[in-house]
Design a binder for this molecule. Structure first.
Ligand code: F6R
Length: 608
C-alpha cells in the first residue's frame, strides 16, 4: 500500500527519493509524488501511474536540494489523480506532508478548518493534516505536528517539511510503520526498511504516538505529548541482492525459484537431530507457557491464512492441541474462548497487516500468550507479540506470496514438532518429519525442473474463464492457495474446494469448459479424491492432476498430470504448492498481466 521515503543529507535528494520509491513499488500504488526543499525554489511534483512517470518530470525539472519527502499512494479517499497524490501542502504552500493510514475524523476536522478559512484542493483525508499542522504552527514544526496529531483519530505514518527549516524532516506514527535510517551526515525515514537498505544498516523503529525530527546524521524523538524518548539505533542485516531480479523476468518467478533456499533458511539451526525435536530460539522465553498450552488460535489473512489452515492440520496430527484458525479480519467479531492455556499465533509475511495486528492486540488484551510467525524483521507484529519466530524467507518483492508461504509451512511444522515431542509424539515419528523436511529443498528443485511443462499447461488452459482447485486434508489449504494465486496473478476466476464438498454444490458448474486441478497424492485420502475426480469426469470436466511420482493409475481419468516426489503427507503441501504457483505465474504472463504488481493489490495491507 502507500509508501513513504524521506531524506536529509549531503547529496541531491531527488535521486535517493526516486530510488527509494522504486524500492517501494512492490507494495502496490496508483500515483506518486515528491517534494524537495530547495532554499530558493521548493519543488513539488506528482503523477498518476508508475514512478517512472514521476521520475521523468523530476529529471526534467527538479533542483538538487539535499532534503525531501516522497510518496507512493494507494487510493482510499479520492480517486487516483495528480491532485489527490501526496505530498499535500497547506494554504501558504510552506508545509508539505506525506501520509500513510486513514484519518477517521477528517470530515469533522476539515469542516472546522474550512470554517477557519482554510481552502482544500483534494478529496483526501491527508490534506486535513497539512492544514491542521499549519493552524498549529508558530515557528516550531515538531511542536505543530504534535499538537495537530493529538486531535487526530485514526492511523498515520507521516513525514512533513516546512520551507522555514529546509534541512529538517518531522515524522510521526500511529498504527502505520515509520523506520528511521541514520548514516554519516545523512538521515532517512521510510515506511518500509527496503527503501533504506542501500544507505545504512543503522535503523530506529519509531513506536506508536512518537514524533521524530531528522537532521543530517542525527535524530531526536519525543512522544506526541512531548516527553523525550531516548532510543539507540539497531543494526539490520540487509541482503540487498535479494532485492534485485537478477536474470529472472519477474520477482515472482525468482521468488518461486528461491524456495529451496527459503526452506533451508527456515530450517537452519532449528533442528535437534539427537532428540528429534525443533529448536526455536525465538520461543525460548515463553517455552514453558507454550508447552503447557491446550488451545491454539491461529490468526492471519490471505495466503498466510492458508498457511495457518495447514498449520492446524499439522498441529492436530503431531500434537494434542485443540487448534482453531481464524481470519484476522473476523477475529474481533467472534466471541472467542480465550482462557488460561490459550495461545494465539499471528502469521504474517509483512508483519504490518492491519487486521492481523488488530487481532493480536485483541488477543493480548484478553490475556492470551501471543506469538508471531513473521518474515519482515523488526516489523510491528514482531514488536507486539510476546515471542515469535522469523521465517527467514528473505525480502519478498512480488506482491503474491510464494517463498514466504513455503517458509511459513516449514516453521509451522517445526512448531508442531516442538510441541508434539513434549507430549506423545514418538522419537521415530519426530525423526520421520525431520527427514521429510530436510528432503524438501532438493525435492522442490526437482519440481522446478518441470517449469517448461507447466508453462505448456498454462498455454493450454489460460483462456479458461473459471478454474476449480480441489484437495483433501493436508491438500485442502493448497487447493485454496492455488485458486488464490490464479485469481490474483492471472485474474481468472477460481475457487478452492475441499474435494468432498464438490457434490454439495460446485459440481453443478462443471462442464467441458470448466477445468479442475485436483491434488491427488497417493496418501490416506487418495481413493476418495479419485472418486471425486470420477464425478467430475462423468460431467465431462477437464482435469489436471498433481500426483505422486510413479503413480500410473490415473490413466484416462485425467487430461494432464504433474508429478511431485513422494514424501510424508504432512510435508507434501510444501511440494504441491510449487506447481500451482508456477501455473498461476505462467497463466498471468501469457495473459499479459503485471504479475509482480497485480491490479488493485498491495504487498502490505495496512488498512482494516
Ligand atoms: C496473496 C497475498 C496476500 C497476503 C495477505 C497477508 O498472495 O500475498 O493474500 O498473504 O495480504 O499478508 P501478510 O502475510 O503480510 O500478513
Amino acid at each position: 500500500m502507500c509508501g513513504i521515503v524521506a531524506y536529509t543529507g549531503n547529496q541531491p535528494a531527488k535521486e535517493i527519493l526516486i530510488e527509494g520509491l522504486k524500492r517501494l513499488e512492490y507494495r502496490g500504488y496508483d500515483s506518486s509524488g515528491i517534494f524537495i526543499a530547495n532554499n530558493s525554489s521548493p519543488y513539488l511534483a506528482r503523477a498518476v501511474g508508475k514512478v517512472a512517470e514521476l521520475e521523468r518530470q523530476v529529471w526534467n525539472s527538479a533542483p538538487d536540494g539535499a532534503a525531501g519527502i516522497a510518496h507512493t499512494r494507494w487510493a482510499t479517499h479520492g480517486k487516483p489523480s495528480e491532485v489527490n497524490a501526496h505530498p499535500h501542502a497547506d494554504c501558504g504552500s510552506k508545509l508539505y506532508l506525506v501520509h500513510n493510514g486513514i484519518i477517521e475524523n477528517y470530515l469533522l476536522l476539515k469542516k472546522r478548518l474550512q470554517e477557519a478559512g482554510h481552502t482544500f484542493k483534494s478529496q483526501t483525508d491527508t490534506e486535513v493534516l497539512a492544514h491542521l499542522i499549519e493552524a498549529n504552527y508558530q515557528g516550531n514544526l515538531p511542536a505543530a505536528v504534535q499538537k495537530a496529531l493529538m486531535q487526530v483519530q485514526g492511523t498515520f505514518g507521516i513525514a512533513a517539511m516546512h520551507i522555514d527549516h529546509p534541512e529538517s524532516i518531522v515524522v510521526a506514527r500511529r498504527g502505520s510503520p515509520i523506520i528511521l535510517g541514520i548514516g554519516e551526515k545523512v538521515s532517512l525515514a521510510a515506511s518500509d526498511a527496503s527503501a533504506l537498505a542501500q544507505h545504512t544498516d543503522k535503523v530506529v523503529f519509531l513506536e506508536d504516538n512518537e514524533v521524530a525530527t531528522l537532521e543530517p546524521g542525527k535524530f531526536t524523538i519525543t512522544t506526541l505529548d512531548n516527553r523525550s524518548v531516548s532510543r539507540g539505533t539497531t543494526n539490520l542485516d540487509w541482503n540487498i541482492e535479494s532485492m534485485d531480479r537478477g536474470s529472472f523476468p519477474h520477482y515472482m518467478l525468482k521468488e518461486i525459484f528461491e524456495q529451496p533456499e527459503a526452506v533451508e533458511n527456515a530450517l537452519r539451526g532449528r533442528v535437534n537431530h539427537a532428540e528429534a525435536v525443533a529448536k526455536l530460539g525465538g520461543l525460548e522465553s515463553v517455552q514453558d507457557r507454550l508447552l503447557q498450552a491446550r488451545h491454539l488460535i491461529i490468526v492471519s489473512c490471505g495466503t498466510s491464512y492458508y498457511a495457518g489452515l495447514l498449520g492446524r492440520y499439522v498441529m492436530e496430527t503431531l500434537t494434542d492441541l485443540t487448534v482453531e484458525t481464524e481470519l484476522a479480519s473476523e477475529f474481533r467479531y467472534r466471541k472467542l474462548n480465550i482462557r488460561q492455556g490459550t495461545a494465539v499465533l499471528a502469521i504474517s509475511q509483512s508483519g504490518e497487516t492491519a487486521d492481523t495486528l488488530a487481532a493480536l492486540r485483541e488477543a493480548k488484551r484478553k490475556g492470551a500468550l501471543v506469538l508471531g510467525l513473521v518474515n519482515v524483521v523488526g516489523s510491528t507484529i514482531t514488536r507486539e507479540t510476546h515471542a515469535g519466530v522469523y521465517s527467514h524467507a528473505g525480502i519478498e518483492v512480488g506482491v503474491a506470496s510464494t517463498k514466504s508461504f513455503t517458509s511459513q509451512l516449514t516453521i509451522l511444522t517445526l512448531m508442531a514438532l516442538l510441541i508434539g515431542r513434549s507430549r506423545d509424539l514418538s522419537y521415530e515419528d519426530g525423526h520421520e518429519i525431520i527427514r521429510a523436511l530436510e528432503q524438501v529443498p532438493d525435492q522442490i528443485r526437482e519440481i522446478l525442473k518441470q517449469a517448461g511443462k507447466i508453462r505448456e499447461l498454462a498455454e493450454k488452459y489460460c483462456h479458461s474463464d473459471h478454474f476449480l482447485f480441489v484437495g483433501r486434508k493436508f491438500q485442502y489449504p493448497i487447493a485454496l492457495e492455488g485458486a488464490l494465486k490464479l485469481k490474483e496473478i492471472a485474474y481468472i476466476h477460481s475457487e478452492g474446494y475441499a474435494a468432498g464438498e464438490m457434490k454439495h454444490g460446485p459440481i453443478a458448474l462443471i462442464d467441458p469448459k470448466f477445468p479442475t486441478l485436483a491434488l491427488a497424492l497417493e496418501d490416506a485420502s487418495y481413493e476418495r479424491v479419485v472418486s471425486n475426480m470420477q464425478e467430475i469426469r462423468a460431467r465431462e470436466g477437464k482435469i489436471i492432476a498433481i500426483t505422486t511420482e510413479g503413480n500410473t493409475k490415473l490413466g484416462s481419468l485425467v487430461d494432464d498430470l504433474i508429478y511431485v516426489p513422494r514424501t510424508h503427507e504432512a510435508v507434501a503441501p510444501l511440494l504441491t504448492v510449487v506447481p500451482l504457483q508456477l501455473f498461476a505465474y505462467y497463466c498471468g504472463v501469457l495473459l499479459g498481466r503485471d504479475v509482480d504488481k497485480p491490479r488493485n493489490l498491495a504487498k502490505s495491507v495496512t488498512v482494516e
